[in-house]
Design a binder for this molecule. Structure first.
Ligand code: CTP
Ligand code: MG
Length: 183
């Protein structure tokens, strides 16, 4: 495999638990607002787009995918990175998934504070908030693994590819009626 393609595959593999977390939150979420309808100033604290159902199912689906990846990696000849040895990979996966949800919440919190209503687009923040959250928790709680697994090229690839992937999956979500807007 060419090095560029390998970097892309590694980047997608490492971020997959966070991607699945984010996508599952959108797919399964949408009932009980985490902010319970509360306002901070003129705007909602988080808005109706951040729900407990999304948070819990997002985390659960992402974590599950990560466990499957870890199993595949250890049982096959896959030339792809693992998420750490036992029990570290549990921490790594929890950081990736909880961090994705945290970043998504912080992104919405920031949008509301800036007066951007729920669902209105805020380019780059919308697509990368969950990546930032995942990396923040990894830096805090799984730093050696994070530094070893995410080379500079992988980090750059994630930052460049995630917005494109996010737009593509959101458009699909819009088409199947899971999202109100195509972003
Ligand atoms: N979702 C959820 N709970 C979460 C995250 C997402 O229920 N914790 C669901 C909501 O139905 C939300 C959809 O996933 O509308 C898409 O998520 P996102 O684009 O992050 O939310 P938006 O509705 O665009 O709201 P915001 O402006 O706050 O980003
Ligand atoms: Mg959005």
């Amino acid at each position: 495999m060419s090095t560029l393609l390998l970097t892309v595959v590694v980047a997608l593999w490492l971020m997959l638990p966070a991607y699945v977390t984010n996508a599952s939150a959108a797919f399964f979420g949408g009932k009980t607002p985490i902010d319970q309808g509360r306002y901070w100033g003129k705007h909602r604290v988080l808005g109706d787009g951040k729900t407990y159902e999304g948070l819990v199912t997002g985390f659960a689906c992402g974590f599950l995918i990560g466990l499957v990846q870890q199993l595949l990696q250890s049982r096959t000849q896959l030339q792809l990175p693992d998420f750490g040895s036992f029990p570290l990979f549990l921490v790594t996966l929890a950081c990736l998934c909880a961090g994705a949800m945290l970043g998504d919440l912080l992104g919405s919190f920031a949008k509301r504070r800036a007066g951007v209503e729920r669902g209105a687009p805020l380019p780059l923040l919308d697509q990368l908030d969950f990546v930032g959250g995942a990396w923040l928790l990894l830096l805090l709680f799984a730093r050696p693994w994070f530094i070893a697994a995410f080379s500079g090229e992988v980090v750059l690839t994630v930052i460049m590819l995630t917005p494109l992937l996010h737009l593509a999956t959101n458009y699909a979500g819009f088409k199947i009626g899971k999202k109100k807007v195509p972003w």
